[in-house]
Design a protein around this ligand. Structure first.
Ligand code: IMP
Ligand code: MG
Length: 182
């Protein structure tokens, strides 16, 4: 996958329409409500890409909830990523003995979520699970998978519903994809 310039300004094609997105997110929320019944949960939003997914799903969680925000940026070129990410906004609250759920937009190689989960595990939560909206199965390079998963997709470059290409497209209400010129 290339973040090349020919994607700039393209009109995205619809991959997952709004209605399908919302009904799957309701199902995920029901699963989480069932699994965590009676427990207090710390929900962590991975910024920036997960902010819309996060705000939709937490409104469907019927649990005593604290919300935290972790800002991360991938280092340099994603094609040669080590999975090491730069933390741009850290969580100041202790996670020790908390039941933590991490909400992420897209898992591609899995290196980013693996890095985040390991970094948060070091803070000694009672339990920690991940919930990803999208998983690109073809590039997965790690054992890491999501504990809760919205959709498996192919390796197209997705945008919308919080997800960007070069800072654009985050406001689209659906998941779209951008196609390279042929
Ligand atoms: P990974 O480390 O290869 O799993 O990449 C995951 C990170 O790259 C996520 O935090 C996403 O924000 C970003 N990413 C992966 N695929 C896409 C995409 O298709 N569109 C936009 N961002 C993506
Ligand atoms: Mg990202």
């Amino acid at each position: 996958m290339h973040m090349s310039d020919d994607l700039v300004g393209k009109q995205p094609k619809v991959l997952i329409p709004e209605v399908k997105l919302q009904s799957r997110i309701s199902e995920l929320a029901q699963e989480i409500n069932h699994d965590y019944r009676g427990r207090e949960v710390t929900a962590i939003c991975i910024l920036k890409g997960s902010f819309i997914f996060f705000s939709d799903i937490i409104r469907k969680l019927d649990l005593p909830l604290s919300c935290e925000f972790l800002g991360v940026q991938n280092y340099g070129n994603r094609n040669v990523t080590s999975g090491e990410v730069k933390v741009t906004l850290d969580i100041n609250e202790p996670l020790e003995n908390k039941h933590v759920i991490v909400f992420e937009d897209v898992i591609d190689t899995g290196l980013t979520i693996q890095y985040i989960m390991n970094a948060l595990r070091a803070r000694k939560p009672a339990t920690i699970k991940s919930c990803a909206l999208l998983l690109k199965t073809e590039n997965l390079r790690t054992e890491v998978d999501a504990d809760y998963l919205g959709f498996k997709i192919a390796k197209e470059f997705v945008v919308g519903y919080g997800i960007d290409h070069m800072s654009k497209y985050r406001g689209l209400p659906y998941i779209g994809y951008l196609e390279h010129d042929h």
